[in-house]
Design a protein around this ligand. Structure first.
Ligand code: KMH
Ligand code: ZN
Length: 274
């Protein structure tokens, strides 16, 4: 099996400081935790940013500051969010895709369908998906295709036919969001059987499913995403003291299943970012 790519989803748009005091918010806090995540075995971070007050933001300059701070401290790959928070318009969501030159991210997410998101709706109408896919392509990046449900894999096939993305691609199965596909082994097995031939995949399972799904993904030859965007607990009722604790636990579980961990350079190859 290939080495496993661990992605740390460090900040997100929904987790709050009221829920956990360990959520990194400033560029320096994000960078410090990212460097510890890298040491613990992460090859990539999935990045959202916040205003100084902790409000979710996709502001270009906040992304620039976070990316520079991270790169000053370590070589972890940086995948920026184009999902942002529910209710943001497409220009807001694509703030990080304005970063060029040395500040350019390594990868960007592309959600390929509208989905219920707890009590809210994460809107991804088909024209908006194509708009974001075009911006990602124009920046010379590859998308991580975020699939919250099965039809989003079919939409990736449609995007390829229309020339917006290339296949094979890298997929992220986001399992366990309220109103979308649940975090079950059956769901994971269908998703991985259904992606286009030669594609790679990561699984991001929500809440208490996060760490057990690292093991399911490890056994199946896939990759794993952990972090406080999706789960704040290291064990039942015990808050993770940083994303690095979740990465360290994921690394331990992956190694327990016989998997080695990918370096950023290996992840670049495995996810076809080069
Ligand atoms: N915060 C969610 C509404 C992404 O980062 O691309 C969307 C999200 C997906 O987190
Ligand atoms: Zn995200």
């Amino acid at each position: 099996m290939n080495p496993m790519v661990i992605t740390a989803a460090m900040v997100g748009a929904e987790t709050t400081r009221e829920q956990t005091p360990y959520l990194p918010i400033s560029a320096d806090e994000i960078a410090e935790d990212a460097a510890k995540c890298r040491e613990a075995g992460a090859a990539m971070v999935h990045l959202h940013v916040r205003t100084p007050e902790g409000k979710p933001s996709q502001d270009t300059e906040l992304f620039r500051a976070a990316i520079r701070a991270i790169r000053k401290k370590c070589d972890v790959l940086i995948q920026v969010s184009t999902g942002g928070a529910v209710g943001m318009n497409v220009d807001e969501r694509c703030g990080a895709l304005k970063l060029t030159g040395a500040d350019r991210p390594d990868m960007a997410t592309l959600s390929t369908g509208t989905v219920n998101f707890g009590p809210d709706v994460f809107w991804n109408p088909r024209p908006l998906i194509r708009d974001i896919a075009t911006r990602i392509k124009d920046l010379g990046l590859k998308p991580e295709i975020e699939c919250f449900d099965v039809g989003m894999i079919d939409e990736a096939r449609a995007l390829e036919k229309e020339g917006f993305i290339t296949l094979p691609a890298h997929f992220d199965f986001v399992l366990g969001v309220g109103g979308a596909l649940a975090a079950t082994a059956e769901g994971l097995d269908f998703m991985r059987s259904y992606i286009p031939a030669g594609s790679s995949w990561t699984c991001a399972a929500m809440g208490r499913h996060q760490l057990p799904f690292v093991e399911l993904s490890a056994e199946r030859g896939g990759n794993a995403r952990v972090g406080m965007e999706d789960n704040i607990y290291i064990s039942k009722g015990v808050l993770a003291k940083g994303n690095f604790e979740l990465v360290a636990e994921a690394a331990k579980r992956a190694k327990g299943k016989g998997r080695e961990l990918a370096t950023p350079a290996q992840a670049r190859e495995l996810l076809r970012l080069t």
